[in-house]
Unconditional design. Structure first.
Length: 757
């Protein structure tokens, strides 16, 4: 929210009381530093009367992480919910004082306060100053209707870029944007977003996480050109400043606070196919889709039943429509016999016609109005209500219905919706603040479902296909990009949304291949196939039309087969990225900044991405096949023909439907499993290590992760002169080493050498 009218004036009706000094900065015995900021200059005793005061508390919570708490009136109630933020147990910062300065250090990160007539808190590392809350930045604001706000601003240096703030579909760099952290069901073509995360990542090597689960307003160089402003309703504002030095280091520290993705099942990396939304389907239709995939040699892992597996007007009663699925248990058994997993659509809403509505209302399991009645709306389902996940009994009730589906043979759930959560005239069971609950509701919803799957299916077997989220939602994967259109333009906004989300701590992300709304023309569909199958997770899904490849043209079938086969061959590499995400918070799909923070040319690139650390992918978003790709410094190798391009430079190319710019970073060793037909196969047997432009003296350890009870393998690859050597440990059966068109084969735990040309 903007509070100013230009630089000098406030907006009409707003009173902006800015901090006008910094008083009494001092540490306590625990190393916590407190200071006070009067809301007008204090030059004499008389100035201490009739003036507001903000208490500022600075706490070092881990190496590279400092928490800031700003409080105007401490007596204001603090109602939940609250983000689950993990501080390092027993951590204590180091305080230095002298020359009127107080500095709190958390490893290499420091905040320095100077007592005096102007408020300033400066954040620095061994690399120098990172950012600061300077004069006129900190303020308490009163709006025209009496609403109170707390605001702070952190400085932006010239050329600095800001990323993140959740899944946002506009420009990847947020500079110049006004961003409202408020979950909405707005599609992918507006400023609204399904997944709002009050965290931003700076190209200067730090991040900021605002610890407020409700609405947060960000003005990224848009109210004051040289500052990033954030504000919340109320009398308190808390945030964390998080050091790098590299962007991936910031994400590592941020996800240590808010949680990391668990390991997801290997089968989830295979292709997902759905019924689509409003199409007519029954078991015969489903079977025809699956048999069509088999006949065309298109490997499939998961089949998803969208909304109308239940009867219309009954969502959600969790009962199969008897007219179209008279024996669902037997049908699910037949799908399992084909080697498929099964996903079904759900949401957290209970329609009035659902058999569960009266029971939920009577027992207090549905969100109440202030007058004690059930909150209801006709938007989406007639007379629908929301399950109140703040009520433990309601959580158990909802879980029991899903557990029955798991017993029947369902393997996972698409957790749709969770954004349309009211804030007026409602009362939550646990007394939560409705404004704070609006964004957080989706976290309770997805956690309820994910925890059930983890308990029933086991650790590492739980997976969702979720639409909405907030900070911490990365612990409940996977998320998809919502309702996009079937156009090249929407393909671009979809990619921007994904890169924005993965810059916000989320490891896994997917999207509807071909777009959701409308029917894509064959060119859009084929180009989207390549993009989708080179994403973290891959799903064919639409609204009123199906997405089986043969519904478009025969070439679509060929393109689908080529990229499905490529995806499956990359399983050793993709699953290693999943392990890295689980251990460090690094996402599977990465903006160019995440991998190349030293390259200014990469800062604003939002039409391509890195799939992990080795593969650069540039989706084709033009019917002519033309595409521009930016290659950072080094000799990059085309995956398709081995040709090379030396960067840094932009390259313009034209691609047929069966390729796209797919380049391998110099010095990479990519483990592949040629001929792999299922994502849960034993990738180690028959593995090939593909080496690209290995530099002299290179030494790499390549991990091929364990999965499904099969042990991991590691390969140490090094170059000495014109010789490439590889030593295996944990290899099973044959494996090979390839570089520059040359190949040497081996078997078991042996060392091999390959002469480079």
């Amino acid at each position: 929210m903007r509070f100013s009218n230009g630089y000098w004036l406030d907006r009409d009706g707003f009173t902006v009381n800015r901090a006008r000094g910094l008083l009494d900065p001092a540490p306590d015995a625990a190393g916590v530093v407190r200071a006070h900021a009067p809301l007008r200059p204090v030059a004499s005793r008389g100035d201490t009367l009739n003036v507001g005061l903000i208490e500022a508390t600075f706490t070092a919570v881990a190496d590279g992480v400092i928490r800031v708490d700003l409080v105007h009136h401490a007596g204001a109630p603090e109602r939940g919910p609250r983000f689950e933020v993990a501080h390092e147990p027993g951590y204590c910062g180091r305080v230095e004082t002298g020359d009127g300065l107080v500095t709190l250090r958390a490893g290499e990160l420091a905040v320095t306060l100077r007592e005096g007539p102007e408020w300033t808190a400066t954040y620095s590392s061994t690399r120098g100053e990172l950012t600061a809350s300077p004069g006129r930045a900190l303020a308490h604001v009163v709006g025209p209707d009496g609403t109170r706000y707390m605001r702070d601003q952190l400085s932006l240096r010239p050329g600095e870029r800001v990323y993140g703030l959740g899944e946002r579909f506009g420009a990847l760099t947020k500079n110049g944007q006004s961003v409202e952290i408020w979950n909405e069901d707005g599609g992918t073509s507006s400023q609204q977003a399904y997944k709002n995360v009050p965290f931003y990542l700076s190209s200067a090597g730090y991040g900021v996480f605002v610890d407020h689960p409700g609405g947060v307003s960000f003005e990224v160089g848009s109210e004051v050109n040289t500052r990033c402003q954030f504000s919340v309703e109320g009398e308190r504002l808390s945030y964390y400043v998080i050091d790098g030095p590299a962007p991936k280091d910031v994400l590592r520290r941020y996800t240590a606070l808010t949680g990391r993705a668990p390991m997801v099942p290997t089968w989830s990396f295979g292709l997902w196919l759905t019924t689509s939304f409003t199409t007519d389907y029954d078991e015969g239709t489903v079977t025809s889709f699956i048999e069509g995939m088999e006949e065309r040699d298109l490997a499939l892992s998961v089949f998803h039943f969208d909304c109308f597996w239940m009867r219309g007007f009954h969502w959600c009663d969790f009962e199969w429509d008897p007219a179209t699925f008279p024996d669902p248990a037997a049908m699910l058994a037949r799908l399992h016999a084909r080697g498929l997993k099964v996903c079904v659509w759900i949401n957290p809403y209970i329609a009035q016609r659902s058999s569960l509505f009266a029971e939920g209302a009577e027992r207090g399991y549905l969100l109440r109005r202030a007058d004690g009645g059930v909150w209801q709306t006709d938007l989406w389902q007639a007379g629908m209500a929301l399950v109140d996940f703040t009520n433990p009994e309601a959580v158990a009730w909802y879980r029991d219905r899903l557990a029955g589906l798991l017993d029947m043979g369902v393997d996972c759930f698409k957790t749709d919706f969770g954004e349309r959560v009211p804030v007026r005239d409602v009362v939550w069971h646990d007394g939560s603040d409705p404004e704070r609950m609006h964004n957080y509701y989706t976290h309770l919803y997805n956690r309820t479902v994910f925890d059930l799957l983890r308990e029933v299916r086991g650790e590492g077997e739980a997976v969702l296909f979720a639409r909405s989220a907030t900070a911490g939602g990365q612990q409940l994967p996977v998320h998809w990009g919502g309702d996009n259109e079937s156009t090249f333009a929407s393909m671009g906004e979809t990619l921007r949304g994904g890169l924005s989300l993965t810059s916000s701590g989320f490891a896994h992300w997917s999207h509807d291949i071909g777009g959701f709304e409308g029917t894509p023309d064959p060119e859009v569909f084929k180009r989207w196939l390549a993009f989708g199958l080179l994403s973290s997770h891959a799903r064919l899904h639409g609204s009123g039309s199906v997405r089986v490849p043969w519904a478009f043209d025969e070439e679509s079938v060929e393109v689908a087969r080529r990229f499905i086969d490529l995806r499956l061959s990359l399983m050793p590499y993709l699953y290693r990225l999943a392990v890295e995400a689980h251990e460090t918070g690094a996402p599977v799909m990465r903006s160019m900044l995440l991998e190349f923070p030293e390259d200014r040319g990469s800062y604003d690139v939002d039409t391509q991405y890195m799939l992990g650390d080795a593969l650069l992918v540039a989706p084709v978003m033009d019917a002519s096949g033309q595409v521009e790709v930016y290659l950072p410094e080094g000799v990059w190798t085309s995956w398709w023909d081995g040709s090379t391009v030396t960067g840094p430079r932009w390259v313009r190319q034209r691609h047929g439907a069966d390729t796209l710019p797919l380049y391998v970073r110099p010095g990479s060793v990519v483990p592949v499993a040629p001929g792999c037909r299922r994502p849960e196969a034993d990738w180690i047997e028959g593995l090939t290590l593909l080496c690209f432009e290995p530099p002299e003296g290179m030494e790499r350890e390549v991990l091929v992760p364990a999965h499904d009870g099969v042990g991991e393998a590691t390969f140490r690859v090094m170059r000495v002169g014109g010789i490439l050597r590889a030593q295996a440990r944990g290899a099973r059966g044959p494996w090979a080493l390839e570089a520059g068109g040359r190949r040497v084969e081996a078997e078991g735990d042996v060392a091999v050498e390959l002469a480079l040309g």
